[in-house]
Design a protein around this ligand. Structure first.
Ligand SMILES: Cc1ncc(COP(=O)(O)O)c(C=O)c1O
Ligand SMILES: [Zn+2]
Length: 434
């Protein structure tokens, strides 16, 4: 298994320590390491912990084996870290539910053979799918320490730029192993979110835009400065730490594992909400590795849709598949980010746009840009038709399905991921236009 840069083709083995970014990138963030592995049939174990059940498909497993840890040591390292996480978060990593939702399927007019399958991440560690991405970064760091290969005497701080679920998940995992973390958040951050991050020991750093800042998100600029002075990137952007792209695949593997045992035609489509793009990249990698080929529809909101723009330009300039060498033509920060209740996907850049475009190209899908009233309606419907306490960001994939429903056959099998739980400070679901 190798890391291969999706922009310049540079390869490094997954056994290389601290291999967060493309070695040829320098300060340029328009490089991203992707995993390349010989395709092997996915045989999920039945362990309730996905990092155990699918351990042998993780790049981390290869990495840890390279450090000399045998299978038993690798398994017990995952288990002991999971115990630490469970003590902090109240739950460790467990396979999350994936099932047809009859109420939602009926509400959307699907037939008995088609319908909407919901993967529910709201009870994952820290209330969203984000911790899955971060856990392989944590495993990487801890494996280095446990084998005496860590190049530090005193732990460098971890750093993340995020204003939502990723910040809370990262702080939660950091707390589980008592590792200091700085969380770079927007100046206008919600006080309740700050409280959540601080409740698990994250050091919150507010980041107003400074004179002289270039384009892009100031929280990301401050985060990069911290990393340049020695902090470990501990976020969910593949461009800053590719190891987030390892563990996020567990969601797709879990779905594939259930699908494989179902007496039903293959999944036709998946709608996935896209902010930074790591989630969609990994979901598709996981599904495809499990032999599924649904059409992948990346869902963005009209307030901020840089991936939709990149998809169009990539198609016009040579194709959307493996478009990483055309990075500067396809992806740059969205100029005027508007407001949306799906505030977790307002990243002005889709950092993992190459992976997201590949997912759509490989699955014969395309992106959907959803107007805000439909985002609001999806959130309302999710609460009216299911008992999942999903956030507006978490139900934004469903908004894509609503927007495209008339183009979808009643017998099609469609999946969405309710990727995050509603927080106390999230607006209540209301009828559209109310
Ligand atoms: C609940 C939820 N779903 C989806 C996403 C989007 O994931 P990504 O930023 O990897 O595209 C986020 C990101 O913040 C999120 O919090
Ligand atoms: Zn590169």
């Amino acid at each position: 298994m190798n890391w291969v840069c999706a922009a310049c083709g540079t390869e490094i083995p997954v056994t290389a320590p601290l291999s967060w970014r493309c070695p040829a990138a320098g300060d340029d963030r328009r490089h991203v390491l992707h995993l390349r592995a010989e395709p092997v049939p996915l045989r999920g174990g039945d362990d309730p912990n996905p990092f155990i059940a699918f351990r042998r498909y993780l790049a981390w497993d290869c990495f840890a084996a390279g450090l000399g840890l045998d299978e038993e040591a690798r398994t017990s390292l995952v288990r002991s870290l999971d115990d630490d996480v469970a003590r902090t978060a109240g739950t460790g990593f467990r396979t999350t539910p994936y099932a047809r939702h009859d109420g939602l399927s009926a509400a959307l007019g699907f037939s008995g053979s088609g319908g909407v399958w919901v993967k529910d991440e709201t009870h994952n560690v820290a209330g969203s799918h984000k911790a899955r991405h971060l856990f392989t970064e944590l495993l990487h760091l801890v494996a280095l320490e446990r084998t005496g290969r860590a190049p530090w005497r005193e732990r460098p701080q971890l750093a993340i730029a995020s204003c939502g679920n990723a910040a809370y998940a990262a702080s939660t995992l950091a707390r589980a192993v008592e590792w200091p973390i700085s969380v770079f958040v927007p100046a206008a951050v919600d006080a309740a979110l700050v409280e959540m991050i601080e409740s698990v020991g994250g050091r919150v750093v507010r980041c107003p835009r400074r004179d002289g800042d270039g384009p892009g998100d100031p929280t990301v600029l401050r985060f990069r400065e911290a990393v340049a002075s020695g902090a470990v990137p501990f976020g969910v952007q593949g461009t800053e730490n590719a190891w987030c792209l390892d563990g996020g695949r567990t969601i797709g593997w879990e779905i594939a594992h259930v699908e494989e045992r179902m007496d039903a035609p293959p999944l036709d489509r998946v709608f996935v909400q896209v902010g930074g793009g790591a989630f969609s990249t990994d979901l598709a990698w996981g599904l495809f590795a499990g032999g599924l080929r649904p059409r992948v529809h990346a869902v963005q909101v009209s307030a901020c849709a840089p991936l939709v723009r990149a998809w169009r330009i990539a198609n016009e300039t040579g194709g959307a598949r493996n478009a990483g060498s055309r990075w500067e033509r396809c992806m740059w920060p969205w100029e005027q980010v508007g407001g949306s209740i799906a505030d977790g996907i307002l990243d002005d850049e889709t950092y993992d746009w190459v992976g997201a475009c590949n997912a759509m190209a490989d699955g014969d899908g395309w992106p959907v840009e959803v107007p805000e009233p439909v985002v609001v309606e999806a959130y309302r419907l999710a609460h009216a038709a299911t008992d999942v306490d999903v956030s507006p960001t978490g139900s934004a994939g469903l908004a894509g399905l609503l927007a495209m429903r008339s183009e979808i056959g009643d017998d099609e099998r469609v999946a969405v991921v309710f990727s995050g739980i509603r927080r106390s400070f999230t607006p209540e679901p209301v009828a559209s236009g109310a």
